[in-house]
Design a binder for this molecule. Sequence first.
Ligand SMILES: O=C1NC[C@H](CO)[C@@H](O)[C@@H]1O
Length: 434
Amino acid sequence: VEATPATHPDAGTSHAQPNAQSGFVKVEGTRFTIDGKPYRFAGANFWYGAYLGAADGIGDRERLRAELDQLKAAGIDNLRVLAMSEASAFQRAVRPAIMTAPGEYDERMLQGLDTLLVEMGKRDMKAVLYLNNFWQWSGGMSQYVAWATGEPLSDPDKTGDWNGFMQHSARFYALPKAQAIYRDAIRTVIGRTNGISGVAYVDDPTVMSWQLANEPRPGSQDGGRANIAAYDRWIDETAGYIKELAPRQLVSTGSEGAMGSIGDLDLFLQAHKSANVDYLTFHLWPSNWSWMDHKDPAARLESGLKTSLEYIDRHIDAAGKMGKPIVLSEFGLNRDGGSFDPASGVIARDRFHRAIYERLLQRMQAGDAIAGSNFWAWGGRGRTTNSDFMWKAGDPFTGDPPQEAQGLFSLFDSDASTLQVVSDHAKAIHALEP
Ligand SMILES: O=C1NC[C@H](CO)[C@@H](O)[C@@H]1O
């Protein structure tokens, strides 16, 4: 029976009956457990899951149900999903937004999240929900800064100034007005009762974890170090706030690991030592990080793989020392020749996924801190018909958010070979000794 911290509004009441199966994911040392049994997973990024769950022409509930069935059948039963987006003037941001203005929310979108959680719960899937974004494709921290300061947005898709954009986003951590708007968004989502099931989100074991944001960074490579104190404080305080609201669910940051911590693994660990952070996350982007080539992933595949596997081992080792589980919450590679065409080859990508999964399984078998992964990203039946391959409002969703070509990293429902690689990994995980 989970105790409810005295500070929680429900203090003194016990949600679960004695000895009932709660179904919530818990942390025990460097492992996840569900009702006392080890929980490990082969998951996917499904950033638009709540969008598909919405009605009124925004979503596609038939597609959602069909693709959740397809994922479940492949053994992919942990989905990482965007749970808050902010209305902005960014040219490459998803529309509509969940938050239409500070403190105002589009109920159609929140009903989309209700639908997603109900459909995932029916299939015994677990959701990792992120509540903000360091990047522009869902509005994100930069939009909060614009709301808090009245200053205009600097759109990196227009200026190409990514360092300036990252420094602007990172101002979010130390702006009280931005934090107040964000906390209202946190309360709105976490404090919600599912309009379909009548179950409070905090009492729904489908929700494994609340993530502070997608890929929160302290700032740019050169400017970020000055923000470290504000960044660490933001993580500790926000994670503590979420723990109070949702004591039965886990909290993680959404970090990329060292590459999202101005290249410094020690800074990553320092930011994650807070007792309010239940587990660590890291991401792996060899072509974004120039370890491999967007236009030809086969060109430096072997050297890129070597660097990737070293990055994986360093983070698993560090999590083990810290005594917390770690999840590889994003990883992906381009299609052969850098194509966006769903009919193009994925030989390099399949080799990459197989090698990553082999290393994760080896480390799981050794009892190390790695507890699961989510590839980036499920594209399902989403396809673009636009000659520039860029998403426009009203287009079908794919695994690639609006700031990237539709097909850059998506794993489409027609990518049978890659789906098989993922499914084989899922089977191997489920066959592991408890
Ligand atoms: O969170 C993310 N990480 C990498 C993805 C692919 O570039 C990107 O689309 C997303 O912002």
